[in-house]
Design a protein around this ligand. Structure first.
Ligand code: 2AM
Ligand code: CA
Length: 252
């Protein structure tokens, strides 16, 4: 596993370097069904590069990527979960606050996860048998605090519509923050900047965070309080495991 983990770190750092080099390229922007759901040629290029590199080295492994031609369930076999650019809208509009996400699962069990905040040059890595780091800094496990001492990562739409009671929950915290990249939001939970992060996303958006978070005393669950399906789009939350019962009490 050590080999795969080191290889994964190399791949993600390379992908980030590639994106920094192409930050000001002319973009071919396509809508994926809705004008707010965008993809560029660079999402596809990075996805293809990561896929080719992984399969060249581990030909028996499988890929579940946001830009893959098909999205298979990931409960079996050896699966690499890729989001080549998490926060594509930020990438297009802000050239900041986007991430490369990679996670590796065997028979549905997370072995390690990586979140690379490309412009901040912060790589969150670890999970499974590996301790969790932000670059070279070992991250401590969740240090207890109350809901009213913390902030919750939540976008305006989820708050405005009080999806699954998330606004009711947020009203018992110090307030909401929204960064526009699920992976970066989750990384702020890992460092303690946010108490929790909720978003309506796909497995490639939360797979890495679920593996990293578990190692530090957090749980990735649906906002109904269930285990996520790792299939299709769901409203999920990364929150301290010891706070889950209290959080669910405020949710619907
Ligand atoms: P993405 O950039 O990889 O699509 C804010 O938009 C966050 O929600 C981002 O992490 C984004 O990831 C994710 N997201 C997932 N599905 C989305 C969708 N259909 N439209 C917009 N954002 C989506
Ligand atoms: Ca993406």
């Amino acid at each position: 596993m050590e080999d795969k983990y080191q290889f994964a770190k190399e791949l993600v750092l390379e992908a980030g370097e590639f994106l920094r080099q192409h930050l000001h390229d002319e973009l071919e922007i396509e809508e994926k069904g809705h004008f707010t759901d965008l993809v560029t040629q660079l999402d596809k290029t990075v996805q293809d590069r990561l896929t080719d590199r992984i399969l060249a080295r581990y030909p028996a492994d499988r890929i579940l990527g946001e830009e893959s031609p098909e999205h298979l369930p990931m409960g079996q076999e050896k699966v690499w979960v890729i989001d080549p650019i998490d926060g594509t809208t930020n990438f297009i509009v802000q050239q900041a606050d986007f991430a490369v996400l990679l996670a590796y699962f065997e028979d549905g069990v997370g072995q390690f996860g990586l979140i690379y905040d490309v412009i901040a040059d912060k790589l969150y890595h670890g999970g499974g048998d590996f301790p969790v780091y932000e670059n070279d800094r070992l991250l401590p496990p969740f240090h207890t605090k109350s809901l009213k001492e913390g902030l919750i990562g939540l976008n305006a739409g989820l708050y405005a519509q009080n999806v699954d009671g998330l606004a009711d929950l947020a009203d018992h915290t110090l307030g909401t923050r929204s960064i526009g990249s699920a992976g970066i939001g989750f990384s702020h939970v890992l460092t303690g900047r946010l108490l929790a992060q909720a978003c309506y996303v796909y497995p490639w958006d939360y797979a890495a965070a679920s593996v990293l978070g578990e190692k530090l005393g957090y749980t990735l669950m649906t906002t109904k309080g269930e285990k996520p399906a790792f299939y299709g789009r769901e409203c999920v939350m990364l929150a301290p495991t010891e706070k889950i019962n209290e959080i669910i009490g405020y949710l619907q």
